[in-house]
Design a protein around this ligand. Structure first.
Ligand SMILES: [Zn+2]
Length: 126
């Protein structure tokens, strides 16, 4: 199916979102580093996305300097509030962080009354 789309030509970047939106009814799985994959098909989508970014068909999703500074500061603040107890944790994000609906990484923590993602900067205040 994928090669048919690529052979047809035109804008093929939509295939990334189509693949990433596939959820395995039996549940997804966690990758090292705390990223959640809803299915193997979705993982293919992520791989194709990386390739399309590499060859310049898709823009790289990067944070601007200000966003990155904000996340770094928030992260430091959070880690000082609750010193990491678990030295064996494989995740690079704090223990107890929740799954981010935007970037699929378990990096969402409560900061100043807002759920803030330490990976992509997504923030929801409630
Ligand atoms: Zn995120």
């Amino acid at each position: 199916m994928m090669s048919a789309v690529f052979r047809k030509g035109g804008d093929v970047t939509f295939i990334v979102d189509e693949l990433k939106a596939v959820f395995d009814p039996r549940g997804g799985y966690w990758q090292p580093g705390g990223k959640f994959m809803p299915s193997i098909i979705a993982e293919l989508g992520h791989i194709v996305e990386k390739h399309l970014q590499f060859i310049g068909l898709l823009p790289h999703e990067t944070l601007d300097e200000h966003q990155q500074q904000l996340i770094d500061a928030k992260r430091q603040e959070f880690e000082e509030q609750s010193r990491q107890q678990d030295a064996f944790s494989t995740s690079k994000f704090p223990e107890g962080a929740q799954l981010c609906g935007k970037c699929n990484v378990a990096a969402v923590v409560m900061m100043d009354g807002c759920m803030t993602c330490l990976n992509c900067g997504e923030s929801k205040c409630g």
